[in-house]
Design a protein around this ligand. Sequence first.
Ligand code: NAP
Length: 328
Amino acid sequence: MEILIFGAGAIGAFYGSRLAFNKNVNVSVVCRSNYQAVKTAGFSITSQQFGNYEWSPARTFANASEARKAGLNWDYVIVSTKALPDVSDDSQLLAGLISERTAIVLIQNGIGIEEPYARRFPRAVILSAVTITSAAQPKHGSIQHHRWTKINFGAYPGDSQQATSKNNLLIDLLSKVGVDDASAFPAQKLQLLRWHKVAINAAFNPSSVLSYETDNPSMVHDADMYEHMKGVIDEVLGVALKLTGLPLPKDFATPQQILDSAKKSPKGSFPSMLGDWKRNQKMELEVILGNPIKLGREKGLDMPRLQTMYALLKTAQATREQRSESRL
Ligand SMILES: NC(=O)c1ccc[n+]([C@@H]2O[C@H](COP(=O)([O-])OP(=O)(O)OC[C@H]3O[C@@H](n4cnc5c(N)ncnc54)[C@H](OP(=O)(O)O)[C@@H]3O)[C@@H](O)[C@H]2O)c1
């Protein structure tokens, strides 16, 4: 079996390194800024759960066109770039890599991330994945797996027999190598899970940036911030339930449980968007805030708390870019 990880950063390299423990499975990677480090020395992974280990991918490509030249028939192309539709349409980079046998797997946060892939590859199986894994790449090729492995997969835009078998096979491969909380959801429930994750991301990520780098537990321990965070989660989940027409499943955390869990999180745990902001990188604003706002509006459902944070952060990001360009 041939698996290609497109965007081998924290999440892609972590899951890729686990999948590579399966016999008869070759896992290759398309890198970008970490290419030289990974080509030379592979990845070093540190994980409390799995220990420390080295992983040399079957093949390391500098970009998509190098991967195309390899001429392989990929079983899975796993996309784990940041979802930044305002920067690039990454679906176009997959041209020539997708055959009838390939399932495209999208492990990314946000809403609407599948659309460009479904438009460009209308006959391909698309598996949408939501993970709560916490991982980072502090240095090129060094992957820190902090906590959790849980990942859910669902077909997009709807269920099919072909998607189910691709889904089950991937879950089986993960469970054989210790990721035993990977599971399949029906397509619609997976979309609701996306919204649920976005409710959490939309509450914590922008608020940490806008509150001058406040960590997760401090945000929920402050009474005014708590009211704001709960307001955001309620707002997003309220719209999500209306849009999907589903009740909140029993296996999804309630807003109260989300906030209680954040209260117990270690001091100094920050949402990843703050890291993007501090590194001067683009934040996933469109898929976490912009797209949900747009989809809600199309059905007459406004999310004023989300819209306010979106407007402020989008403007902060643009203003910062303009100022740094004018300094050059
Ligand atoms: N990290 C987490 O704990 C976590 C948890 C849950 C969900 N997620 C979600 O998972 C997704 C991936 O996040 P991440 O934290 O793994 O991000 P990341 O560490 O930044 O990894 C993304 C990787 O994709 C590479 N990339 C981007 N565009 C590329 C291109 N055109 N060709 C080749 N490589 C490319 C990046 O290279 P450069 O370094 O050159 O940009 C980077 O190595 C995001 O949607 C995120 O929200 C992350």
